[in-house]
Design a protein around this ligand. Structure first.
Ligand code: 5GP
Ligand code: ZN
Length: 138
């Protein structure tokens, strides 16, 4: 079992640091983000330390995503959310600040709920054929 004594989420998973728990099983823990971007912002983590989603074993990844899905459903039912963003940041360039795999489950209420996640890049164009050829599985 990977454990990093300098990692804040390892300490939360271990109970050394307290958290507002939503769900827990042998492999997965879900708790409220201490600095929520919307009402109900939840984090789902693997209990074992993996740096990002990219290095997390598939079975654990899948368990974490199953819990994230369930929490998203509950946020809609119980909090009256109108939508949910489920996302994970991998590495600093993508906004990761805690180097322990975690999935954000962010309930959304209105376009004006204060959280901005934009995929709207009208001005910048990328050469799609070139990118497809680089990314397509060989
Ligand atoms: P990242 O930017 O790495 O994707 O997200 C890290 C998240 O962890 C942030 O939203 C931040 O508010 C949250 N966070 C950081 N430290 C703690 C903590 O000690 N407890 C809780 N509950 N959340 C934390
Ligand atoms: Zn950790």
């Amino acid at each position: 079992m990977n454990f990093d004594s300098n990692c804040i989420f390892c300490k939360i998973a271990d109970g050394i640091i307290p958290s507002y728990k939503i769900y827990e099983d042998d492999d997965v823990l879900a708790f409220l983000d201490v600095n929520p971007v919307t009402y109900g912002h939840t984090l789902v983590i693997s209990k074992e330390h993996f740096e990002t989603a990219l290095s997390t074993p598939k079975d654990i990844l899948s368990k974490v995503m199953n819990v994230a899905q369930r929490i998203g459903q509950i946020q809609i039912k119980e909090l009256g959310a109108k939508g949910v963003n489920i996302l994970t940041n991998c590495y600093e360039a993508a906004g990761q600040t805690v180097r322990h795999f975690h999935v954000h489950v962010i309930p959304r209420y209105e376009a004006t709920d204060g959280f901005k996640l934009e995929f709207n890049t009208k001005e910048i164009k990328y050469p799609l054929v070139e990118v497809m050829e680089k990314l397509a599985e060989k």
